[in-house]
Design a protein around this ligand. Structure first.
Ligand SMILES: C[S@@+](CC[C@H](N)C(=O)[O-])C[C@H]1O[C@@H](n2cnc3c(N)ncnc32)[C@H](O)[C@@H]1O
Length: 292
């Protein structure tokens, strides 16, 4: 039993190290995905976003997440839990002048380069773990987590930490991919795509949205809302093969070699495409909640 616990702790630690390495080496590649360095999928609204202009959909995802924070006119301290290059922070700062934005990431590359993009703006990125941040209790009015909690297997430690650092009445909004059923109920193909997706993108595991809802409730969050937005996200998922092809072509044409991490990332994107279009087993959700 003890050996089993040690083994799973080792696996978690190994996953964390691989993930940091992955983001330190492959973050630059995301410029291909998004001029604004949005490291997430998009949200499609007919006539509002352009199917052929990926960043309009990726920025619409930022808009949808921020809308659910219910930011008023008072000063608002916002934290991005797993902020990447600060794409969402920059979007929020452009839309709301009353925000002070903080972002945490485990990648030093993202902290250094993301802070350059934030220069002169009311935001800062620090290298910190969203499972155990250095912030005091009741520090923030708003917290967002876009495609980041999956790296820790959607565990409740990160949710408890979000609760701790939010002020009473503070809002948490999560945007992420989830399983729609237990792994034991996945068909052969879905299980294969899921396992490959997790190993290539260093995701510990994915949970179901209901699991998150139950955890949020147990922690003390209220007004919990789950929204299945899979069909809104699908158009940006369909961009994956085109983005991969143009990325590889550019590398070939400029005689540049592909880093191991970049190759890993591209394979992960391919499995994201396979999973993303399997609406029976996988779903993309917006989850919002308020701290009591
Ligand atoms: C797919 S990227 C998403 C970045 C950003 N949310 C966006 O949408 O552009 C995942 C991010 O989660 C961060 N991350 C993963 N695990 C973390 C942890 N335990 N603590 C802090 N950041 C973490 C990674 O460093 C990376 O910045």
């Amino acid at each position: 039993m003890k050996t089993q616990t040690l083994n799973s702790q080792n696996a978690i630690e190994l996953n964390r190290i691989e993930m940091i390495d992955f983001y330190n080496e492959a973050t630059e590649d995301y410029e291909f995905w998004s001029n604004d360095y949005n490291m997430h999928f998009g949200y499609f609204i007919p006539f509002k976003t352009n199917l052929f202009k990926r960043d309009t959909m990726l920025n619409q995802m930022n808009a949808q997440v921020i809308k659910r924070l219910h930011i008023g006119t008072d000063k608002n301290r916002l934290i991005d839990l797993g902020c990447g290059m600060g794409g969402t922070m920059r979007y929020a700062l452009k839309k709301h002048t009353n925000i002070m934005a903080y972002g945490v990431t485990l990648s030093n590359f993202q902290t250094k380069e993301g802070n350059k993009l934030l220069e002169g703006k009311n935001g800062i990125i620090i290298t910190d773990n969203y499972n155990n941040t250095s912030f005091k209790n009741n520090s923030f009015n708003s917290a967002v987590a876009i495609e980041s909690l999956c790296h820790s297997g959607h565990n409740n430690i990160a949710l408890k930490e979000a609760y701790r650092i939010l002020k009473p009445g503070g809002r948490l909004v999560i945007a992420d991919a989830f399983l729609k059923k237990d792994t034991s109920q996945l068909c052969h193909g879905a299980k294969y795509a899921y396992q490959k997706l997790c190993s290539h993108w260093s995701l510990e595991k994915l949970e179901t949205p209901t699991f998150i809802k139950n955890q949020l409730e147990a922690i003390g969050f209220q007004d919990i809302k789950l929204e299945d937005i899979s069909y809104r996200v699908a158009p940006s998922v369909l961009h994956v093969p085109f983005a991969i092809t143009s990325f590889i072509l550019k590398k070939l044409l400029t005689f540049k070699t592909l880093k191991r991490e970049s190759f890993h990332n591209l394979k992960g994107s391919f499995f994201a495409l396979l999973s993303g279009l399997n609406f029976k087993s996988f779903g993309y959700y917006l989850i919002s909640a308020t701290k009591k």
